[in-house]
Design a protein around this ligand. Structure first.
Ligand code: DP6
Length: 321
């Protein structure tokens, strides 16, 4: 049966950056994200005993076996779990710049898990879908839900899944995604998080995780934009500090990334409240309120050359189309 699912990306405000089990993608820490309305993936899954091979079509282009490997391995893993073994076709359209720190894998694997389950007529709860999405990519665990989402780290495959914190937040919060460089990143998330664990700052960071999650959940329920912004920026800086202090130090930052960080700091000094967060790439995302949005956009355009700005806010959870 042919089924299509749409999933939106999410941006982690409290970061996931380390695996307890790399095959199961269970994390070393809980994380908390905001699902975004502006970026999403539509995926159609079809399986049929008459198909003679597995096919993966991305943005209208049939992918080579090499480029399809991660996706095929993932589907074979799911098929093994549920006892299926027929061939399949996956057609995916990404409305997210691939591999540039805007987690396209989050929307991709969330949409894929959901279309897979629907195509095989598996009657799975969102909790089960969240666990399946996790097996494809950690951040996909959270894209099953909309709004604010917590991925509870759990301690095994059964207990590591996302829960919705507030799917329709009544909060004035916009995210400006600054696409400073959409080239493919050099160090994958999987590789980066392994290296980061060699930092002397890594363990102290993990120890603070429970408290950081509790604090941001409190800030969300208090609708406290300042606190949400401060905690988000801190978590991003903790992650990037671990990268810079790893045994083999590395950074995702590019010159334009630093310019954007400085701009946010300058704007704050001028009383224009905004905060940044950065993932495994050079792009910077700015958190702000509606009141300051226009002014921040024009300051970004003045300061950074060739920057593309996409405005986002809260997006919905995964849906079948
Ligand atoms: C920095 O989910 O892409 O965006 O589990 O290896 O697929 P894998 O990693 P991925 O890592 C995302 C890391 C992050 C932070 C986050 O989204 O929490």
């Amino acid at each position: 049966m042919k089924k299509t699912a749409r999933a939106h990306t999410n941006i982690a405000l409290i970061k996931y950056w380390g695996k307890a089990n790399s095959a199961l993608k269970t994390p070393l820490m809980s994380s908390l994200s905001m699902t975004l309305d502006a970026f999403y993936t539509d995926t159609t899954f079809n399986h049929d005993s008459s198909l003679i091979e597995d096919t993966f079509i991305l943005n209208g282009k049939k992918q080579t076996p090499e480029a399809s490997k991660r996706v095929f391995n993932y589907i074979h893993l799911l098929q093994d779990r549920f006892g299926f073994n027929d061939h399949f076709t996956i057609e995916s359209t990404n409305h997210v710049p691939t591999s540039a720190g805007l987690a396209s894998s989050a929307s991709a694997f969330s949409a894929l898990a959901t279309s897979f389950a629907a195509s095989y007529d598996l009657d799975l709860s969102k909790k089960e879908l969240s666990r399946l999405a996790r097996l494809g990519s950690g951040s996909a665990t959270r894209s099953i839900y909309g709004g604010f989402v917590e991925w509870q780290k759990g301690n095994d495959d059964a207990s590591s899944y996302a829960i919705p914190i507030d799917e329709h937040p009544d909060l004035d919060l916009s995210l400006l995604a600054l696409e400073v460089d959409t080239k493919q990143k050099k160090i994958s998330s999987t590789e980066g998080m392994k290296l980061a664990q060699t930092s002397p700052f890594y363990e102290p960071w993990i120890k603070r995780n429970k408290q950081e999650i509790a604090e941001i959940k409190q800030a969300i329920s208090d609708k406290d934009f300042t606190k949400i912004g401060e905690l988000s920026e801190l978590s991003a800086n903790e992650m990037h500090a671990c990268n810079l202090t790893a045994k083999e130090p590395f950074t995702y930052f590019e010159p334009e990334t630093i310019k954007a960080i400085k701009l946010v700091e300058d704007l704050r000094k001028k009383g224009i409240e905004c905060y940044y967060t950065i993932d495994a790439g050079p792009n910077v995302k700015i958190l702000c309120t509606l009141r300051n949005r226009k002014e921040i956009i024009s300051a970004v355009q003045k300061t950074l050359s060739n920057v593309k700005i996409v405005v986002a806010s809260f997006g919905p959870g995964v849906t079948l189309l």
